[in-house]
Design a protein around this ligand. Structure first.
Ligand SMILES: CC(C)(COP(=O)(O)OP(=O)(O)OC[C@H]1O[C@@H](n2cnc3c(N)ncnc32)[C@H](O)[C@@H]1OP(=O)(O)O)[C@@H](O)C(=O)NCCC(=O)NCCS
Length: 234
């Protein structure tokens, strides 16, 4: 079993490994980023393939179904939760000051009104602040849960949209991704975004990749995401 300090998306604790963070880390008056992490609660981001919307209670049932998949549990280093725990997890991700999460929708179906929002869901993406002393460093996690949507560019666009949002709205300057060593597709994807190896954990069988967003990388990211439209989510 993993220690509490090794936080995954589906750890019910906050990233400090203690109580859920509601207003930033103890002892801090709160730099803008700690509040910014909750700014996405009314934000919808539209790319070419994907629309990112805030993770709300309406998405939980479908999400819960996805996470019964042993393949997804393994690929995302997640443990199965009860439905009640899943709702608790959704509230944590919505309310905590160190987390920002979006549900990924099939944009064309979604804007064309071809399905309900729940039926347009294909995955999720999130950022969480990993260092209580540094609100500019975030871990990024992405999951295209629907197998039929993988390998079609959804993961790539979603990751870029989230990085764009992290850099331009949340003040993120460094990203990290922790990936199972067997997950060669995810590793290849992050490497294609110029993430580099930071460390390898034999214990967790995972690699940590990192990217510092210097001015060159920021320019590249803004070019890649110039098509993104931000809208009010309701
Ligand atoms: C990993 C994941 C996010 C990639 O998203 P995707 O939509 O399937 O991939 P995309 O079509 O956007 O391709 C993105 C990149 O992934 C890599 N990739 C995708 N399919 C691949 C394959 N079959 N073989 C090797 N690399 C592949 C490539 O680097 C590709 O970039 P390129 O097209 O410029 O070569 C997605 O497959 C997924 O969520 N899988 C299950 C959960 C998971 O593994 N999450 C990551 C945990 S860290």
């Amino acid at each position: 079993m993993r220690p509490n300090t090794h936080v995954t998306k589906r750890t019910l604790l906050s990233s400090s490994g203690t109580a859920p963070a509601q207003a930033g880390p103890p002892g801090r008056t709160g730099p803008a980023q700690w509040d910014a992490m909750r700014l996405n609660q009314a934000v919808e981001l539209q790319g070419r393939l994907v629309a990112l919307v805030p993770y709300t209670a309406r998405h939980v049932l479908r999400y819960h179904q996805w996470m019964k998949s042993e393949e997804l549990q393994k690929l995302t280093a997640s443990e199965p939760l009860t439905l009640e725990q899943e709702y608790q997890m959704q509230r944590n991700w919505q309310d905590d000051a160190d987390k920002c999460t979006f549900i990924v929708l099939d944009k064309l179906k979604w804007v064309g009104g071809l399905c309900t929002e729940e039926d347009c869901m294909v995955g999720d993406v999130n950022l969480f602040l990993t260092d209580p002393e540094d609100p500019t460093t975030a871990e990024i996690e992405i999951m295209i849960a629907e197998p039929s949507y993988r390998g079609k560019g959804f993961g790539k666009e979603t990751t870029m949209v989230m990085m764009y949002y992290g850099v331009t709205k949340l003040g993120i300057k460094k990203f990290q991704a922790k990936i199972n060593l067997e997950n060669t597709i995810s590793i290849a994807m992050f490497q294609s975004f110029h993430f580099e190896e930071v460390s390898v954990s034999d214990v967790f069988q995972e690699v940590t990749l990192g990217l510092t967003v210097d001015s060159y990388r920021k320019k590249w990211l803004l070019e890649q995401t110039s098509h993104i439209e931000e809208k009010q989510y309701s």
